[in-house]
Write a protein of this length. Structure first.
Length: 390
């Protein structure tokens, strides 16, 4: 039987990088002694007020169809939240409520590009970006970063051509934790205006940045910027699938038409719970920031002086890149050997791009015992490698 060319574009890259995580998750289900540091799903509960609102609305019978773009109430709430964070004047007509930021990125990319077009994104990037950005038939171009994983803006400018339709980035970045600064964003904004480009800013981790604030372009060139957001990380609501996009009204109208084909509306009781979540956003974001800052410091301390590796401390987020090139192993080999030897699951940096091929990504957003024990086992593994190679 024949399939559409789409199946090749959505196949994704670096699928093998997740094998260790899947093995570890299955082992944990069996009650085995494993430490999982390979996924960003913190051991925090969704705020009780959010859970209570969802239960209340389910019991009230709020389980029927909803408007495709989301109810006016949630869109208005998101608009106010976005305006407060970015300074961009925003109304509900600029907002489409979606099933998480991943869904929002897919919808945005489908609405702005197609076969023959190119979309630029910075390497390293989250592993689903290539398939998501190329689903429309567009080609994704990887823009390099420098040694500190900051955008190489000179190289970016050289990649823009007549086929370029958009530049996409995440700030804070996953996996590097880099927050784009005003200077970098200024170059990106000028390129967009010179070449008539869309800009997609994935701000899922914005609430985890210091003070919950990040530089942005939405208020400066709102006609070009599509902002993606979500409650997954800020409110420990990964399984609720509550996210959105904010952009020009015409873009939002096209996005609504697309989600009519895809989703035909999302659960009303979750939309009402999301309104409650946004009403307590400052408190919820402060909780996750404090949590991540504490765990990050704990992991950096726990891995200090470990032979042959180097931690790249992030500006924000739930993850840290660890340079393992000094071990003589690739990121993939380090990941597999570490799990085999110590039963600790991390993620091969190559899953995020060429720039991180000699790294692994470690998640510190977990309980303190797992952080401490994970660091202990990583130190033991690296010390054993050091002993073997002396």
């Amino acid at each position: 039987m024949k399939f559409s060319p789409l199946v090749e574009r959505i196949g994704g890259e670096g699928a093998d990088a997740w094998l260790t995580h899947y093995d570890a998750s299955a082992a944990l289900e069996r009650g085995e002694d494993v430490i999982i540091l390979s996924v960003g799903d913190p051991d925090l509960e969704t705020p009780p007020a959010v859970v209570a609102k969802a239960i209340e609305r389910i019991q009230a019978g709020d389980t029927h169809y909803c408007p495709a773009a989301g109810r006016d109430a949630i869109r208005t709430t998101i608009a106010a939240f976005h305006e407060k964070r970015t300074g961009q004047s925003t109304r509900l007509e600029n907002v489409v409520y979606l099933s998480g930021a991943q869904n929002a990125l897919f919808v945005a990319s489908m609405c702005i590009a197609g076969p023959g077009d190119e979309i630029i994104s910075f390497d390293p990037m989250y592993p689903t970006y290539p398939a998501t950005l190329q689903a429309s038939g567009a080609r994704m171009i990887r823009a390099p970063t420098n040694g500190n994983f900051r955008p190489d803006v000179a190289a970016l400018a050289a990649l823009v051509n007549e086929h370029t339709r958009a530049i996409v980035w995440a700030t804070p970045n996953n996996p590097s934790g880099v927050i784009l600064n005003e200077s970098e964003l200024g170059v990106i904004g000028r390129l967009a205006e010179q070449h008539d480009l869309w800009l997609i800013s994935d701000e899922v981790y914005a609430g985890l940045a210091p003070g919950g604030h990040i530089p942005g372009l939405a208020a400066r060139i709102p006609e070009r910027v599509i902002t993606l957001g979500s409650l997954s990380k800020s409110h420990a609501m990964t399984g609720w699938r509550a996210g959105w996009l904010v952009g020009p009204r015409e873009l939002a109208a096209h996005a609504e038409a697309l989600v009519m084909c895809m989703l035909f509306g999302l659960p009303g009781f979750i939309q009402e719970a999301a309104i409650t979540a946004l009403s307590i956003a400052p408190e919820a974001e402060r909780r996750i920031r404090d949590y991540c800052e504490s765990r990050r410091a704990r992991m950096v301390s726990g891995l200090a002086e470990t032979p042959r590796i180097r931690c790249v401390v992030p500006e924000a987020g739930m993850f840290m890149l660890v340079d393992v090139r000094g071990t003589g192993l690739t990121g993939y080999e380090f990941m597999r050997e570490l799990y085999k030897s110590q039963r600790v699951s991390v993620l091969d940096g190559a899953a995020f791009g060429r720039e991180t091929g000699g790294f692994v990504r470690v998640c510190f957003a977990t309980d303190e015992g797992s952080v401490d024990e994970g660091c202990k086992r990583i130190r033991r593994f690296c010390t054993q490698l050091d002993d073997r190679q002396v």
